[in-house]
Design a protein around this ligand. Structure first.
Ligand code: MN
Length: 233
């Protein structure tokens, strides 16, 4: 078996306390999973079924990187999120079994071109241009669940240049991690390497060149991203 050209290196993220990396297969993201964020985006935070969007696996960016301000946006937003790393695949996973499929957790930042997302919503178009662009999936080191236990509560917060912008608790998730795994696995066969961004709390807002954005989750540490000039990298 040969390729007509050398394929790209497989996308991966760091693993806490290890030189080995976690290979990323797909990136699923939950929309509107904290009530206060649903309200700030103009939606009723009732328990209507969760919905998902995706990002390409090679949109992942490690902790501590500088990324260029992305093209074709004037409203580039941060979104602090708990990332669940799937280690065992499955279809139609029961809620009682969902934790068995979790390899670990990471601190994430679901970067968003909010203006392009808004146009997509208005016109009934896909969200990809608002969500699935290059370097849009910040992901810190994955912490094995064997070390952290299963995370259901704990502080999740985000600062920009030291000012707190988001401050909530994982217990505020409308749909728990286990419920998200169950519902997602009804539509897609989950596979080892899949990442699930579980949604952001209230307080989302813009980033500009020069900003330093830090997301922190209790037990998982922090992930830092610096925003460079547009098209600088
Ligand atoms: Mn999000």
């Amino acid at each position: 078996m040969s390729y007509v050209f050398e394929p790209a290196e497989h996308a991966s993220v760091a693993v806490a306390g290890s030189d080995a990396r976690f290979p990323v297969r797909r990136i699923f993201c939950v929309g509107r999973n904290y009530a206060a964020h649903a309200r700030e985006m103009g939606h009723d935070p009732d328990r209507e079924a969760p919905f998902f969007f995706t990002k390409p696996c090679d949109a992942v960016v490690d902790d501590g990187q500088t990324i260029a301000y992305p093209p074709e946006t004037e409203n580039f937003h941060f979104e602090a999120e708990l990332v669940v790393a799937i280690g065992k695949g499955g279809h139609d996973i029961a809620e009682a079994d969902a934790n068995d499929h979790i390899w670990g957790y990471a601190v994430g930042n679901d970067l968003t071109r909010r203006d392009l997302q808004g146009i997509a919503k208005d016109k009934g178009r896909p969200w990809d241009w608002g969500k699935a662009f290059d370097n849009s999936a910040i992901c810190g080191p994955v912490h094995p669940a064997t070390q952290t236990g299963y995370l259901e509560t704990g502080s999740i917060s985000l600062t920009v240049n030291g000012d707190t912008k988001q401050d909530a608790d994982l217990a505020d998730l409308i749909w728990s991690v286990r419920e998200v795994i169950t519902i997602l696995s009804r539509s897609m066969k989950l596979c080892p390497g899949d990442l699930i961004y579980t949604g952001t709390p209230a307080g989302v807002g813009p980033l500009v060149a020069g900003d330093v954005c830090v997301v922190s989750i209790a037990g998982l540490g922090s992930v830092t991203t610096t925003i460079g000039p547009r098209d600088s990298l």
